[in-house]
Design a protein around this ligand. Structure first.
Ligand code: ATP
Length: 302
């Protein structure tokens, strides 16, 4: 494993984006360190993609300062773009070429690309290397998108919902790939609705709701210690459910067993997951975790 890179990969101050009358990003301050895997979490329409597209140089901003690998993305040239890897929510149109052809084509655009066959193996597409992309299943096409994002050996990799459509085994294989990229020193910005994926991969996370960053911190600390206190649940003799939040679930269960003289019914000790913590954060920010994105439209800048 290489020594971890130091410094800041992404610096955001006072970022705002207004589309017509819609405030999509409402004053975000955020630093992402070099070498870390950072998860950007939030409900539909929270402003994640807008923020990430501004960082990638695909979208203009209304106000604020942004620095990505030492460059303002609004003025990032080809050399800067070659240092980024981008896996968008929807993949590109590469249907008529085979997997190997499309990767070879894109690899030529980078100064120090990875070996195309290594990349094909890393995303588990060896058996499909000579097949047209259009003939692949949705999940396999998504793997091609991921392959295209990493073929240029990026310093900073943006992954927007990378495992949508992956079967469970493919997701685990993808997690292994992300861990190996991280071990090589790649900075990774991951946008995902799969909270288990964020918990598996990220060092830190930021939760965005209504265009604001409602919390940011270590993946095991975000939301605060109180939100992670275990819960003991059981049913009484009449079948009524009870629950107690406690730092000492063992003691609670032991005293319950003592008092009942036997096994409590339907006993569970639950440690809140990142998903539970996330839902609490989003709800207390006044956002609907299940909100659908509003139907508005503005073209991205080049
Ligand atoms: N091109 C656009 N033109 C106008 N409004 C837009 C455009 N893109 C996004 N918005 C609006 O900006 C807000 C933030 O959208 P954004 O796509 O950044 O959210 P998101 O957090 O990425 O959502 P999702 O999880 O659904 O991808 C939403 O209200 C959305 O309708």
């Amino acid at each position: 494993m290489q020594s971890p890179p130091t410094g800041t990969a992404v610096r955001i101050r006072g970022l705002r984006k207004v589309y017509g009358g819609v405030v999509a990003v409402d004053g975000i301050d955020l630093d992402i360190r070099r070498g870390e895997t950072f998860a950007l979490l939030g409900p539909n329409g929270a402003g994640k993609s807008t923020t990430v597209e501004i960082l990638e140089g695909y979208r203009s901003r209304t106000a604020g300062e942004v620095d990505v690998l030492g460059v303002d993305p609004a003025h990032g040239g080809r050399d800067w773009k070659a240092r980024l890897g981008i896996v968008l929510q929807t993949g590109g149109e590469t249907g008529l070429l085979t997997v190997r052809e499309v990767l070879k084509h894109f690899a030529r655009l980078y100064p120090d690309p990875r070996d195309v066959d290594d990349v094909i193996a890393a995303v588990g597409l060896e058996a499909k290397a000579n097949m047209r992309v259009s003939k692949l299943s949705g999940g396999q096409q998504r793997r091609v998108d991921v392959a295209l994002g990493i073929v240029g050996r990026p310093e900073l990799l943006f992954l927007d919902e990378p495992t949508t459509g992956f079967d469970p085994e493919a997701r685990r294989q993808f997690w292994g790939l992300i861990r190996s990229l991280k071990a090589e020193g790649t900075t990774i910005v991951l946008t995902t609705h799969y909270l288990d994926e964020a918990a598996q991969l990220a060092d830190r996370a930021g939760v965005i709701a209504g265009g604001r960053l409602v919390d940011v911190g270590g993946i095991h600390e975000i939301g605060g210690a109180e939100a992670r206190v275990p819960v003991v649940r059981w049913n009484d003799a009449e079948g009524r459910p009870h629950e107690v939040r406690t730092h000492e679930p063992g003691r609670v269960v032991a005293s319950m067993v003592g008092a009942l003289g036997g096994e409590p019914r339907a006993l569970e000790v639950i440690r809140p997951t990142l998903e539970d913590v996330y839902l609490g954060l989003v709800r207390s920010a006044g956002a609907d975790p299940d909100a659908a994105a509003a139907d508005t439209n503005e073209e991205a800048v080049a």
